[in-house]
Design a binder for this molecule. Structure first.
Ligand SMILES: Nc1ncnc2c1ncn2[C@@H]1O[C@H](COP(=O)(O)OP(=O)(O)OP(=O)(O)O)[C@@H](O)[C@H]1O
Length: 335
């Protein structure tokens, strides 16, 4: 199937000339708008703010490749739009927006019982497996996080922003400026420090996502009244004491299958192990989620989470800034 190339007029009309009312948010690649096509189909338009430096044909070819990635747990790219220097991507619209808006909101997270959480976890794992292994392109996401997991009308999870690092920035940013692209709090240590990415750095991000989904708390900015450290350290301490269940959100414990809940937390600790080779592949993660087989023990996590080996400049929110971090590796090397 060929990717649709939309006329600028069609997109402007669908979004009411990119009206403020239709703005869904603002991510690292630029603002996102909701739109409705003349046939009634709802769309989300990502207006890329940074020029990727690509000519129109190159951009179209990359969009074509991304559009070929089709899986029930990936957001579908419907097409693109080119207007002068501007580049836009047109996605299917996800009415329930992103996962972060549910799990970190005390009222809205009650909409999701444990079984729905588990369905979301398994869906994200399958979507990532498809990107790593089953798709022809073999994509490493590089920025998996709760705001990049969108939810359709039935709360099925769909990973978004896949292919973006490869296509619209990452490789170029790294090649040209020695910087890595990702989000602080989700980046695997080898990626954050040495700029080395692999499918196993995505597995690390998946582990963090899993911890966040189950605890309802963000790894970044995690606060606990009587101890220091982040969510990972807290999880590790509880694991050592055999009290991992204390990390889970109370509502999940009430509505959940406790052995499955514990199993998911155990899997998350396997995914965030220090050395990439110790982490399971996404194929193993999918198998572990779907079976009751005994799981290996995670290796000591300890070490680096006590220190901040680099300075990350980041911000987040809908104020036009991005939650994306660009960490200069020359800065890292200098320390
Ligand atoms: N297809 C979509 N359907 C519905 N809402 C969407 C869609 N794509 C993005 N959004 C919403 O638009 C906002 C911005 O998304 P975007 O993916 O650009 O940024 P982000 O994930 O918040 O940050 P980053 O760019 O750093 O990954 C998010 O709040 C998300 O909920």
């Amino acid at each position: 199937m060929d990717v649709a190339v939309f006329e600028f007029g069609t997109i402007a009309q669908a979004t009411d000339s990119f009206s403020f009312m239709n703005k869904l948010g603002h991510g690292g690649f630029g603002p996102v708008y909701k739109g409705t096509l003349a046939n009634g189909q709802e769309i989300a338009v990502k207006r890329l703010s940074k020029s990727s430096g690509q000519g129109p044909n190159e951009f179209k070819n990359e969009a074509k490749l991304i559009a070929k990635l089709q899986h029930r747990n990936l957001v579908r790219l419907l097409g693109c739009c080119i207007h002068g220097d501007e580049r836009m991507l047109v996605y299917e619209y996800m009415p329930n927006r992103s996962l972060d808006k549910f799990i970190f909101d005390e009222t809205r997270c009650r909409v999701l019982t444990w079984s729905k959480h588990f369905r979301i976890i398994c869906g994200v794992a399958r979507g990532l497996l498809y990107l790593h292994q089953d798709s022809r392109l073999r994509i490493i996401h590089r920025d998996l996080k709760t705001s990049n997991v969108l939810l359709d009308s039935e709360m099925n999870p769909k990973i978004s922003d896949f292919g973006m690092a490869r296509t619209f920035g990452g490789d170029q940013i790294e090649a040209n400026t020695n910087r890595v692209v990702g989000t602080y709090g989700y980046m695997a240590p080898e990626y954050a420090i040495d700029g080395l990415f692999s499918a196993k750095s995505d597995v690390f991000s998946f582990g963090i996502l899993l911890l966040e989904i189950i605890s309802g708390r963000k790894n970044r900015g995690f606060y606990h009244s009587n101890q220091s450290g982040n969510l990972i350290e807290h999880a590790w301490r509880l694991w050592k004491k055999g009290k991992l269940l204390d990390l889970a959100d109370e509502f999940l414990v009430e509505t959940g299958d406790l052995s499955k809940l514990l199993r998911c937390m155990h899997i998350s600790l396997l995914c965030i192990q220090l050395y990439p080779e110790d982490r399971p592949s996404m194929a193993s993660v999918v198998l572990m989620l779907g079976s009751d087989n005994e799981l290996p023990l995670p290796k000591e996590l300890g070490f680096l989470f006590h220190k901040k080996p680099f300075e990350a400049n980041s911000s987040s929110g809908n104020d036009g800034s991005s939650s994306r971090n660009e960490i200069s590796s020359s800065l890292l090397e200098a320390r």
